[in-house]
Design a protein around this ligand. Structure first.
Ligand code: SF4
Length: 183
């Protein structure tokens, strides 16, 4: 059952004691989470395509934006370079492992959220549909492989994703979780 705080449903996995720790907060992000690209909406693809020309210099290889498969709205994802081969990665991941969309936004002084797909902004959290209009905040399955590592110390996952959760549910709701689940 979800843990409800404010108007938010949180996955039970956040509140089971575990030895998993978020290594990215300590060692920095190595960009492995961008290995397979990410789901995107038609609207996000349109916003990215509007910057197609400016994005090319940031990319490892030029991308033909006209080849981006956008006809099935529920199946859209960011294009993948070297798909199913060594060196597979999101086409928007730069040589330095940073995100080209994020870099372009910073260089142009645009809000990052105006071009980066929502699920990239939300990662390592994700949304799971519980019903037609009810979603639960969960840990993205990919984060278990790329961000979380086993350690000696037991804790709750909601504490490992404090920064991300505070951004989404707000400080008041996060403080409520700390009260309910003291370490
Ligand atoms: S769009 Fe950027 S953040 Fe998202 S998967 Fe691709 S490189 Fe990573």
């Amino acid at each position: 059952m979800s843990v409800i705080v404010g108007t938010f449903h949180l996955s039970p996995e956040f509140f089971i004691r575990t030895r998993l720790h978020n290594q990215c907060t300590v060692n920095g992000c190595d960009g492995d989470c961008c290995g397979e690209g990410v789901a995107a909406t038609l609207y996000e693809a349109a916003r990215i395509k509007a910057h197609a020309h400016e994005l090319q210099p940031y990319l490892v290889e030029p991308f033909n934006f006209d080849s981006w498969a956008l006809s099935r709205a529920a199946d859209i994802s960011t294009p993948v370079l070297n798909e199913n081969k060594p060196g597979e990665q999101c086409w928007f991941q730069r040589q330095n492992r940073l995100c080209a969309l994020h870099s372009l936004a910073l260089d142009k002084g645009m809000p990052v959220s105006s071009i980066k797909p929502y699920f990239c902004l939300f990662f390592p959290l994700t949304l799971v549909d519980l019903d037609i209009n009810v979603t639960e905040i969960a840990v993205d399955g990919k984060a278990y492989d790329t961000c979380l590592v086993e350690t000696e110390h037991e804790t709750y996952l909601f504490r490992q994703f404090e920064t991300e959760l505070r951004r989404v549910i707000g400080d008041t709701n996060y403080q409520e979780l700390l009260r309910r689940y003291p370490d």
